[in-house]
Structure formats: structure tokens, C-alpha cells
Design a binder for this molecule. Structure first.
Ligand code: LMG
Ligand code: NDP
Ligand code: PMR
Length: 394
């Protein structure tokens, strides 16, 4: 695969040097041969200033402050460079967030991506400085890959201060389900179960970080929330009693849909987003006090131009951006959405845990209300327990 060939494209942030008898060095995430030494960029503090900043005019709980705070002299003395893992950073929101964070000089970004070459080209095209990021292979459609990713990230010997679960697939036109390596329906398998295992595995790393504000961010969406107009466009999210999930979502002994219904790709995506938002809250309930980690989710706005809609019909892809821009006014650019997520990663005022962030028309962040289902604590607990069985944690 591309990954094998990719070794020669290693960014300077991560150079792999063969030592002794090490024979091969398939790129990170594939395999690291014995004796392979990883050299990572020094995590020295940088002082480059942020070129742009989004003002947060906080409503509700948030306190007013600039989004990605420029380095100040006192920061220089006290705050080391942070390390943020972002899944699916090869395009769209993930890439824009990686860029926004890297540009501040305060963050080193570990890009967890399934396609190394694509990620490498995307980072270069976005103008990210070579030593501001490290690409590590991660295919969320395989639990083995997730476990391998965790091992590889640990071998980098960088602290893990923030984890952003951002990657997703959306299959609105699929007639038949497709499956992950472990046999789960793809949308829920990648968007929820892959991230669930990843987040659970990395929690101890977050806990042991000495960074002042450690965060686990899971990207949610308005379309999973039936208390909004967007969430009422059919098919609507609904997890039901989770009987399909409990049956393994494999289409063999059970339905491929969480609620036990017929396959519907658009619904599976929306269901997966409900899972993301429920998971964030369950993490908060179980671990916030014990670990000090901030758990949060967000709706970054409608980023109508991203690769998320790649499988939709061409007419949709043509009309969706102007529809969102001029009719719903819910549209945001990838850059703007990236700055929003970067705020949730690093803004000193957004440390509240268990929160779902949204932004108003003036790009001011506020704590938003989740739908009844997406804030159902009983369901969150059940989802957690079934999910941990499916990914082999219980
Ligand atoms: C499905 O179609 C697709 O089949 C599926 O593939 C997937 O994409 C899925 O949700 C995603 O959608 C839904 C389909 C049917 O909607 C359409 O896209 C049809 C478009 C029809 C266009 C109508 C005219 C709009 C104005 C013209 C603008 C031109 C640009 C068009 C661009 C199109 C891109 C979208 O959906 C329907 O059945 C249509 C009706 C949906 C209305 C839903 C609103 C219900 C509101 C109910 C009230 C809720 C109360 C909540 C209160 C909250 C208060 C805050
Ligand atoms: P994109 O398709 O641009 O980005 C999705 C990313 O996920 C890509 O980098 C993709 O990798 C990666 N990915 C997909 N499958 C896997 C996998 N199996 N393993 C690892 N990575 C994978 O979409 P967006 O940027 O729009 O989506 C990002 C997040 O934002 C998602 O969580 C989505 O639900 C959320 N969101 C998006 C909205 C929008 O309007 N676009 C609105 C609300 C939320 P590759 O590049 O290799 O395909
Ligand atoms: Mg929606 C205020 C109105 C609003 C917002 C913010 C969105 C966001 N959408 C809105 C309204 C409508 N949409 C209306 C009235 C319609 C019917 C015409 C409509 C349709 C529609 C479709 C077909 N919208 C869509 C689709 C998709 O395929 C997208 C989707 O559901 O992906 C799961 C989508 C979206 N609308 C949004 C957002 C943010 C999306 C996509 C991304 C996501 O939730 O992750």
C-alpha cells in the first residue's frame, strides 16, 4: 500500500533511522522494526504569533477571550509546547484544525490518518511547517490498527495532551452496508467504535500528561440532534433500545443499524454522531473528576465543502454549499471551522467538561443544548457498556 512506499516521504518531524540489524521500516502504524530508532522534533517552545484569532464572545458558561491565544512572554517561561492527536487530519475539518494549531507554534500535531501520502501532501499544501506535525497511520475501520496506532504514538515519546476524535465517513447513497475489519457496519464502526477504543486506550496517556489543560474532544453534529431543524431532516437519528448494536452490527445475527432497523447510510451516520455525543458525556461522568481531563464535543457549523459529502450525488454536492450559505446560513468555511475546533482544543476559557459547543453567527462560542436522546444518561451508560464489549475492553 501507499504506506509502505511512504517511508521515504517521512517528514523531518519524524525521521526513522535504521540501527543494527533492523531490516525494514514500514511507516508508523504499519510496523516498526526492532531496533528502529525514532527521532522526533524537539518539543521546544516556539514564539511565533498567531496570524488570526476568532473572538469568542461567550454566552452561557464561556468566558470571553481570544481563540488561539498568541504566545506571551509569561507563556514562554511556563507553558511547554502541547501535543495534540487529531484523527482524520488529511482533509476538511481535521486538516484545518491541525493547521490552525500548528501555526500558533504552541502545538505539535500528531495526524492520525489512514492514507499517509494523502496526509503528507495535504499538510504540505496547507503550508504546515515540517516540524510542526507527525503523521502516524491510523485506520479506524480496524481495531488492530487502532491498537497499533496507540503503540506507535507511545513510541514517539511525546506527551499526549489533547486527543481529537474527528475522522468520519458518511455513506448517504449506499444501498448495501459495508463493514469494518471487525465486521461492524462502517459508519458506526469508524465514527463511534474505532474512536471509542482509541479514546479509552489514550485516556491513561492523557491522565499522565502534565499539561495544564488536558482534553478529549469528540466531534458531534447538529444533524444528530433532533431538537433542531437540521436534525429533523429525514432520516432522523434514533438509537432505539440499542438492540442492533448489542447484536454486533454485523448483519448476520443482528441488524446493521443500532436500533435494529433496515440499513440506511444517512441514518447510520447521524446515529454515530449521537454515539459520539453520548460517549463524550459518559467519559465526563466516569472520568472527569478522577483524571482532570476535559471532555467536550462540538458542532463546528456546516462545512458544506468537505470530503464528507464525497459519496453524495453530484447534484447534491453542487447545491448543498449555496443552500447552506444563502438559505440556512449555517455554512462555515473549512478555515473558520478549523479555528473553532482549535479553540476547543486550546482556548484557556473552554475548559468546561461535559459540554457540547456551538457558535453563533458572530463566531461566538456557546454551550449548546443536546437533544433528549443525545443527553440521555441511561442510554449513554448502555452504549458505553455494549461498546466496550464490542471493542474487546470488557
Ligand atoms: C435524504 O434526503 C437523502 O436521501 C439521503 O441520501 C441523505 O442525504 C439524507 O439527511 C440526509 O437526506 C432528505 C431529503 C428529503 O431532503 C432533500 O434533500 C430534498 C431536497 C428538497 C429541496 C427542498 C427545497 C429547499 C429549498 C430549495 C433550495 C435549493 C437548494 C437545494 C439544495 C438541496 C440540498 C439539501 O427531505 C424531506 O423530506 C424534505 C423535508 C425536510 C424538512 C425537514 C424539516 C422538518 C422540520 C420539522 C420541525 C421540527 C421541529 C424542531 C424544532 C426545532 C426548533 C429549533
Ligand atoms: P472529511 O471527509 O473532509 O474528513 C474526514 C476525515 O476522516 C478524512 O481525513 C478521512 O480520511 C478520515 N477518515 C475516514 N475514514 C477513516 C478511517 N477508517 N480511518 C481513519 N481516518 C478516516 O470530512 P469533514 O472534515 O467534514 O469531517 C470531519 C468531522 O466533522 C467528522 O466527524 C464529521 O462528522 C464532522 N462534521 C462535519 C460537518 C460538515 O458539515 N462537514 C458538520 C458537522 C460535523 P481520508 O482523507 O483518507 O479520506
Ligand atoms: Mg441540512 C438550519 C438549517 C440547517 C442546518 C444548519 C443544516 C446543517 N441543515 C439545515 C436544514 C436543512 N437541511 C433542510 C431544511 C433540508 C431539507 C431541504 C436539509 C437537507 C439536508 C441534506 C439532504 N441537510 C443535510 C443533508 C445531508 O446529506 C447532510 C447530512 O445530513 O449529513 C449527515 C446535511 C447537513 N445539514 C446540515 C449539516 C451540518 C449537514 C451535514 C453534516 C453533518 O451533520 O455532519
Amino acid at each position: 500500500m501507499a504506506l509502505q512506499a511512504a517511508a521515504s516521504f517521512l517528514p523531518s518531524a519524524l525521521s526513522a533511522r535504521k540501527e543494527g540489524t533492523a531490516k525494514e521500516s514500514a511507516f508508523l502504524g504499519v510496523r516498526l522494526a526492532d531496533g528502529l530508532k525514532l527521532e522526533t522534533s524537539a518539543l521546544g517552545l516556539r514564539t511565533k504569533r498567531v496570524s488570526t484569532s476568532v473572538a469568542i464572545r461567550a454566552q452561557a458558561a464561556a468566558v470571553s477571550s481570544p481563540s488561539v491565544t498568541p504566545a506571551s512572554p509569561s507563556d514562554k517561561k511556563t507553558l511547554r509546547q502541547g501535543t495534540a492527536i487529531i484523527t482524520g487530519a488529511s482533509s476538511g475539518l481535521g486538516l484545518a484544525t491541525a493547521k490552525a494549531l500548528a501555526e500558533t507554534g504552541k502545538w505539535h500535531v500528531i495526524m492520525g490518518c489512514r492514507d499517509f501520502l494523502k496526509a503528507s501532501r495535504a499538510a504540505k499544501a496547507a503550508g504546515m511547517e515540517k516540524d510542526s506535525y507527525t503523521i502516524v497511520h491510523l485506520d479506524l475501520a480496524s481495531l488492530d490498527s487502532v491498537r497499533q496506532f496507540v503503540k506507535n504514538v507511545r513510541q514517539l515519546e511525546m506527551p499526549i495532551d489533547v486527543v481529537v476524535c474527528n475522522a468520519a465517513v458518511y455513506q448517504p447513497t449506499a444501498k448495501e452496508p459495508s463493514y469494518t475489519a471487525d465486521g461492524f457496519e462502517m459508519s458506526v464502526g469508524v465514527n463511534h467504535l474505532g474512536h471509542f477504543l482509541l479514546a479509552r486506550e489514550l485516556l491513561s496517556d492523557l491522565q499522565s500528561s502534565d499539561y495544564p489543560s488536558k482534553r478529549l474532544i469528540i466531534v458531534g453534529s447538529i444533524t444528530g440532534n433532533t431538537n433542531t431543524l437540521a436534525g429533523n431532516v429525514p432520516p432522523k437519528a434514533n438509537l432505539g433500545d440499542l438492540r442492533g448494536l448489542a447484536g454486533g452490527l454485523n448483519g448476520v445475527g443482528s441488524s446493521v443499524m443500532i436500533d435494529g432497523g433496515e440499513f440506511d447510510g444517512a441514518k447510520a451516520y447521524k446515529d454515530s454522531k449521537v454515539c459520539n455525543m453520548l460517549t463524550m458525556q459518559e467519559f465526563h461522568r466516569r472520568y472527569h473528576e478522577e483524571t482532570g481531563v476535559t471532555f467536550a464535543s462540538l458542532y463546528p457549523g456546516c462545512i458544506a465543502t468537505t470530503g464528507l459529502f464525497r459519496e453524495h450525488i453530484p447534484l447534491f454536492r453542487l447545491l448543498f454549499p449555496p443552500f447552506q450559505k444563502y438559505i440556512t446560513k449555517g455554512y462555515v468555511s473549512e478555515d473558520e471551522a478549523g479555528k473553532r475546533l482549535a479553540q476547543v482544543v486550546s482556548d484557556p476559557s473552554l475548559t468546561k467538561s461535559g459540554v457540547y459547543w456551538s457558535w453563533n453567527k458572530n463566531s461566538a462560542s456557546f454551550e449548546n443544548q443536546l437533544s433528549e436522546e443525545a443527553s440521555d444518561a441511561e442510554k449513554a451508560k448502555k452504549l458505553w457498556e455494549i461498546s466496550e464489549k464490542l471493542v474487546g475492553l470488557a
